[in-house]
Write a new protein. Structure first.
Ligand code: F6P
Length: 409
């Protein structure tokens, strides 16, 4: 499944919870994270199947558990989505995320039985939220723009959605221990309860969800200033900044002072390599070096130019051009290896509520950038991360905005 980890059983993540509790948001975040880690992951959203089969605009009474036609129509679309997920997992998918309310014990038993018969491990992820302000906010932020309420005035849409939630409350039974492995997120995302979670992937998910929050803050990425090795096109090494590199660090200091005059407002992380530490040093602020941010290890090619590698080790050069993502430098690393060691950095970036400036290197920043933009990891190896440019990322609930700021040296 993933060349860096142990073999895993395929996994069905089954979302649970009332409407407007952040299920789809969480499902998408899990999808992005696991895809970045190399697992083929896909969300199957039952709402989309319902819209395709019975149309987007159905009155709230459709969701009333005492309405037999509505209940039967909802059961059919739920099964259709489940069948598609099982088909996909029977092929080359690794992790399916079944995004529906799954709010009754009976429905969850059906889903679980079908998944287990297909040889899948099952994990329920239940989203609970009793804070009316957050629910109201979710309704306004996501439901009003849904096709379910296209051309419906705001007041009627909110009112209809509230009634829809009330129908679900009648049928809602929280997950209990007798239902197998589950992970419950409650208290506005701050409390995580786990039961019977087992294995590596479950563990990663607990850790990931523990650190998610909804505070919007920018992440700024920059390569170190030009190094002496950059000047002569050598890769790797631990050389210091060139005169232009030092000028970039000073320009970066001006940029950072202008945007973040309060020093405590911005966290600064660097790799442990001289060119990155020195760049951050010129900013005159506290920074934290991380080995996990060091540049891809070029092994026996460290310190060479691409031309020299091509001449002295043509087979290595060709192998890398063929599959740059999986190619591992002899005694060094591949991009896939880099992603595995950046996992802790991503979790820490998710956890941090302050803006963060990451001063690192080309390959490492390609991998981090791919995470925020939800770019398949194999495609990260040729992304443009130029020197002397700040990449300002503003991740949002459903995407990431970007501004590139080249700084003149
Ligand atoms: O050339 C600068 C550099 O950071 C090297 O140290 C590193 O080996 C390389 O970029 C990574 O880029 P690529 O994967 O395209 O060779």
């Amino acid at each position: 499944m993933h060349s860096n980890g142990p073999a895993h059983q395929k996994l069905a993540i089954v979302m649970v919870g009332l409407p407007a509790r952040g299920k789809s948001y969480t499902a998408r975040r899990i999808e992005r994270y696991l895809s970045w880690l190399g697992y083929k992951t896909r969300v199957f959203n039952v709402g989309q199947y319902r819209r395709a089969r019975v149309g987007a605009q159905v009155p709230h009474g459709f969701f009333d558990p005492h309405n037999p036609e509505g209940a039967e129509a909802r059961r059919l679309v739920a099964i259709e989505a489940l069948d598609d997920m099982l088909d996909w997992l029977g092929g080359n998918g690794h992790v399916g995320i079944y995004d529906a309310t799954n709010s009754s014990v009976e429905r969850r038993a059906l889903v679980r039985t079908r998944c287990e018969q297909a040889g899948l491990q099952v994990l329920f992820v239940e989203m609970q939220c009793d804070d009316p302000a957050i629910v109201e906010n979710n309704i306004r932020a996501t439901k009003l723009s849904s096709p379910d309420y296209e051309n419906v005035d705001e007041k009627s849409a909110v009112e209809d959605f509230r009634r829809r939630i009330e129908h679900y409350i009648l049928a809602y039974e929280p997950v209990s221990e007798s239902e197998g492995a589950y992970l419950r997120v409650s208290g506005a995302g701050r409390n995580i309860t786990v039961s019977q979670v087992d294995g590596y992937l479950h563990g990663r998910l607990v850790f990931f969800l523990m650190n998610l929050h909804l505070v919007d803050r920018p992440i700024l990425l920059t390569r170190h200033g030009e190094s002496m090795y950059n000047v002569v096109d050598r890769i790797g090494g631990d050389s210091d900044l060139s005169p232009d590199g030092q000028r970039y660090a000073r320009a970066l200091a001006g940029f950072v002072d202008e945007r973040f005059p309060d020093h405590s407002e911005l966290a600064i992380w660097t790799s442990s390599l001289r060119r990155a530490v020195h760049t951050a040093g010129i900013l005159g602020r506290r920074s934290m070096p991380w080995r996990a941010l060091d540049e891809i290890n070029a092994g026996i090619c460290d310190g060479m130019t691409y031309e020299q590698i091509k001449e002295a080790m043509p087979n290595e050069f060709t192998a890398r051009s063929r599959d740059k993502f999986r190619y591992r430098y002899p005694r060094g690393e591949s991009y896939e290896d880099v992603i595995a060691r950046l996992d802790t950095v991503i979790i820490e970036l998710e956890r941090t509520r302050r803006p963060v400036l990451v001063v690192a290197h080309q390959a490492v920043l390609r991998a981090i950038y791919a995470y925020f933009h939800n770019i398949p990891p194999e495609q990260c190896t040729r992304l443009q991360i130029p020197l002397h440019t700040v990449i300002h990322l503003q991740p949002h609930a459903y995407g990431c905005e970007e501004e590139r700021i080249p700084l003149a040296v």
